[in-house]
Design a protein around this ligand. Structure first.
Ligand code: UDP
Length: 237
């Protein structure tokens, strides 16, 4: 079966690398994730991946404990790079050529993010892992996901999370929560549905970038999503 998309921007939160623990990196979890991603890449889909850093550090949480927000956000952005290097290592162990590109320059560690070069890597069959968020404080890696999806001309922003889509309320707190198969950007924003941050959703709305929110913890879901099977919730117009 042929994949539905030619190019996908996959947004993964840092927590997906942490496995059972909510902190740090679980090597077996990263290996399993890389194996799934590599399988998808072998079908010919071009993949860009934006990784979060929440398994190490979240700026907003540190700011709530009196830390300067801009400094805290810089720490969060650096945390994403640690995750990117772990994922690159695991993907390369799966035989997938992978490049890490960072929005904050650190050329001894990874390539600087240059849009055309990122596209070229993907055209050559390399997975590109984007680190450093947007390089700006007060943003999240969801916004980095929207931004990179638009910049690289992805057909969809695929946000993989721990829940299987967008619900009318938090399904972890409310057993009667109802999942949407489809929801509009405006509804997401008006109802303040918290699965993705508002600036990321608004950027996609303004530029017609479809989003799919799906559960990463179900094995095989990245492949199903890339084949266009109905996993999770589609956010569109
Ligand atoms: N961050 C930032 N600007 C960005 C992206 C991320 O300042 O463009 C910081 C912010 O402090 C955030 C942290 O990096 O809390 C980690 O990113 P995020 O919370 O989005 O990670 P995730 O929840 O996806 O693991």
């Amino acid at each position: 079966m042929a994949p539905r998309y030619k190019r996908i921007l996959l947004k993964l939160s840092g927590e997906v690398l942490a496995g059972g623990a909510s902190f740090g990196i679980d090597a077996e979890r990263v290996r399993a994730l890389a194996a799934e991603v590599a399988e998808v890449a072998h079908t010919g889909v071009q993949l860009g991946i934006v990784l979060g850093g929440g398994n190490f550090f979240r700026g907003v949480a540190a700011a709530a404990r009196q830390m300067d927000r801009v400094t805290a956000d810089s720490m969060g952005m650096l945390a994403t790079v640690i995750n990117c290097l772990a994922l690159q290592d695991a993907l390369e162990k799966q035989g997938m050529p992978t490049r890490v590109m960072t929005a904050i320059q650190m050329p001894q560690v990874a390539e600087p993010y240059i849009r055309r070069r990122a596209i070229r890597h993907m055209e050559k069959g390399r997975i590109v892992v984007f680190g450093g968020g947007t390089s700006n404080p007060f943003f999240s890696t969801d916004s980095a996901g929207s931004l990179r999806a638009l910049e690289i001309g992805a057909e969809i922003l695929a946000k993989a999370t721990g829940v299987d889509g967008v619900y009318d309320k938090d399904p972890r707190k409310h057993p009667d929560a109802v999942r949407y198969d489809r929801v509009t950007y405006s509804e997401m924003l008006a109802k303040n549905l918290a699965v993705m941050d508002a600036s990321a959703v608004a950027m996609c709305r303004d530029n017609n970038m479809p989003i799919v929110v799906f559960n990463l913890t179900t094995h095989g879901n990245i492949m199903r999503m890339s084949m266009g099977e109905p996993v999770g919730t589609i956010i569109g117009n």
